[in-house]
Structures are given as structure tokens and as C-alpha cells.
Design a binder for this molecule. Structure first.
Ligand code: IPM
Ligand code: MN
Length: 360
């Protein structure tokens, strides 16, 4: 298969981890006789520095003409404590999601058998946890009208959803549940919010088309508690943009490190694959960032194009790296193994799966 892949490394550790994902995709291309053509473009704070825009038109044009986008991370501390900044790196990510129509964000969370004792949660609680969050990504309070009064003392963000926006992601989530454990939990705040009541109504109606899937409802405050009390109860979680953002960071605790969580953002025409972690500026250039989230995002990219065997090979190599403790310090506190070495191991393992005595 021939795939054109836009690579948007972005800020902080984005370039380092994306480089490893690319390395791994190259190993897959070589092993399975595929052609992956990579083209890089600017996004985030680095794009603001060079062009004044967090998501320049040139980057958009590249994304429009490629088959998929591999995204690194965005964010720079120089913007975080400056509420008056007119342009922010995050706007680049939001613009990309909106303009490419990436309404379905898929975030799989798993307790890795090899890392059960890395989570601050008890082993018995997380063992076997395997859930996927379907987060709506182009609507809700993130994109509603924003206002600030003239005196700067009152501000508001409108959290609006249309039935159509809910329907399209709901179908995707039900379909995912059908090929998993057939349980879908809608997470909302329907006891308070009108928009959540619309979610319940629409999703309940759609459930009739998926009779083999059991539909559950959970208020987001309770869901936040259940996530760490009993995460194995969840299969597919469907939720809006803001709640999905919050519970997915919480869910990452199950995996033992946010450096392991991948995601796919899918629309009708375009798809972007990105780790859920941020730009981790304190780690930039130190070689301590975990590249696995980015590498597993590349595996999701392959799955998106039906290259399931190829994706499985990446998963196997990642599992092996964890088993052999070829890991960065977020997983092994005193580890001297760098971001790039983890990438090398995973790529080499794809090339030579029998040879696990390599020196890293
Ligand atoms: C995420 C991030 C983004 C979000 C930020 C960087 C805008 O936290 O992808 O979860 O809030 O969606
Ligand atoms: Mn987030």
C-alpha cells in the first residue's frame, strides 16, 4: 500500500517522539513492502514563531492532500500564563480538528500486564482494564461562542450540541462496541445540562439500531469516580468534548503513564493520529520522553487503513520493549534508556523479532 503521511511534530517533545513513530512506520513499510511517504509541516508555537499562525495555511494544504496526519504535540509555557496572548499554540490544534472535520476522537486505555505495579492504583483494581473513550472533538464548549464583557469581569463559553453532531459519533461508538465487549456507557451531566439531555435522547434512540449493545448512562462526576474505583466495568465510553478531555487524562493513570496513550481523530475525509500527552516542555531535548504513545498512534494509523497485521506487529514490539524493560524514566525511574533507544528497539524488533539480545 502507498500512503502519504503528513508529519506535524509541533512543540516540546513532539519532534522527538514523532521521529520514533516515523522510524517504526519505516520498519513496517520495509517488512511488509509498503511505501510510506512522509512530508513535514509546522504547527503550534514553532509555527507561530515562524509564520505568526499556529496552523498555517501551508500546513492545512498538506493535511488536505495527504492520506493521514501524524501529529506530535503542541504547547509552550510562554503562552500559559499570559491570558492576553492573542495567538496560542492550542488554537492550531483546535483549528486543525475543526477544519479537517475530525469529530470522532478515539482514546484506547489499557492496563499493560508488564506495568501493573507502575500505576498508583492497586493492581487488583486495574488488572484487565481495557476501555476505549469516544470523545466528540469538534463541538461543545470548546467551539461555542466565547464572550468577555467590556469591563473584563464576566466571561462565557457556550456549550452547544446539535442532534446531528451527537448522532455521527454515537454511530461510530456503537459500531466499536459491537466488535468489543458490546457495552456502551454514555457519560454526561444530564441531571443539570440541557445539552446532556439531548445527548441522552439522541443516543437512546440510536441504541435501537444496535440491539446487541448494552447501553448504560453515567453522570460525569460518578464516571470520574468509577474510572478509578472499578475501571474494568467499562468497554466503550461515549462522551462530549470537555468531559472526554478530562476523563481521558484520568484514565491514563490506569496505564501507568500518560506517555503510553495513543489516539486517533477521525472525520469523514481526514484522520489525524496523535499521542494524548502534551508537549512536556521540561523534558524537551533530554531524551526522557516516552515515544510509545506516538508509536501506538502510528499503529492506529495503520489499523485505520486496514493494515491490522502491521499494527499487531507494532503492538507486539511495544509489549516486548516493556517486558525487557527497554523503557524511559516515566516507567523505570532510573532508566538511562533514551527516547530514541526505545524507538530503535521497537523498530529493530519489527525487523528481527528473533534477536532480542540486542544491546540498548
Ligand atoms: C487533548 C489536549 C487538548 C484538548 C488541548 C491541548 C487543547 O488536552 O488533546 O486532550 O483540550 O483537547
Ligand atoms: Mn487533554
Amino acid at each position: 500500500m502507498k500512503l502519504n503521511i503528513a508529519v506535524l511534530p509541533g512543540d516540546g517533545i513532539g519532534p522527538e517522539v514523532t521521529k520514533q513513530a516515523k522510524k517504526v512506520l519505516e520498519a513496517v513499510a520495509h517488512q511488509f513492502n509498503h511505501t510510506f511517504i512522509f512530508k513535514e509541516a509546522l504547527v503550534g508555537a514553532v509555527a507561530i514563531d515562524k509564520t505568526g499562525e499556529p496552523f498555517p495555511q501551508e500546513t492545512m494544504d498538506l493535511c488536505l492532500k495527504t492520506d493521514a496526519v501524524l501529529f506530535g504535540a503542541i504547547g509552550d509555557p510562554k503562552y500559559d500564563n499570559d491570558p492576553s496572548a492573542k495567538v496560542r499554540p492550542e488554537q492550531g490544534l483546535l483549528k486543525m480538528r475543526k477544519d479537517l472535520g475530525l469529530f470522532t476522537n478515539i482514546r484506547p486505555v489499557k492496563a499493560f500486564e508488564q506495568l501493573l505495579d507502575k500505576s498508583p492504583l492497586k493492581k487488583e483494581i486495574i488488572k484487565g482494564a481495557d476501555l476505549t473513550i469516544y470523545r466528540e472533538l469538534t463541538g461543545g464548549i470548546y467551539f461555542g461562542e466565547k464572550k468577555i464583557s467590556k469591563d473584563g469581569k464576566t466571561a462565557s463559553d457556550l456549550g452547544e450540541y446539535s442532534a446531528y453532531e451527537i448522532e455521527r459519533i454515537a454511530h461510530a461508538a456503537f459500531k466499536a462496541a459491537q466488535v468489543r465487549r458490546k457495552k456502551l456507557t454514555l457519560v454526561d451531566k444530564a441531571n443539570v445540562l440541557e445539552s446532556s439531555r439531548l445527548w441522552r435522547k439522541v443516543v437512546t434512540e440510536i441504541a435501537k439500531e444496535y440491539k446487541d449493545v448494552e447501553l448504560h448512562y453515567l453522570f460525569v462526576d460518578n464516571a470520574a469516580m468509577q474510572m478509578i474505583l472499578n475501571p474494568t466495568q467499562f468497554d466503550v465510553i461515549l462522551t462530549d468534548n470537555l468531559f472526554g478531555d478530562i476523563i481521558s487524562d484520568e484514565a491514563s493513570v490506569i496505564g501507568g503513564s500518560i506517555g503510553l496513550l495513543a489516539s486517533a481523530s477521525i472525520g469523514e475525509k481526514h484522520a489525524v493520529f496523535e499521542p494524548i500527552h502534551g508537549s512536556y516542555p521540561q523534558a524537551t531535548g533530554k531524551g526522557i520522553a516516552n515515544p510509545i504513545a506516538s508509536i501506538l498512534s502510528a499503529a492506529m494509523l495503520l489499523e485505520h487503513f486496514g493494515l491490522n497485521e502491521e499494527a499487531a506487529v507494532i503492538h507486539k514490539a511495544v509489549d516486548k520493549s516493556l517486558e525487557l524493560k527497554i523503557s524511559t524514566p516515566d516507567i523505570l525511574p532510573d532508566s538511562k534508556i533514551t527516547t530514541s533507544k526505545v524507538g530503535d528497539f521497537i523498530a529493530d524488533y519489527i525487523h528481527y523479532p528473533e534477536d532480542t539480545n540486542m544491546n540498548y
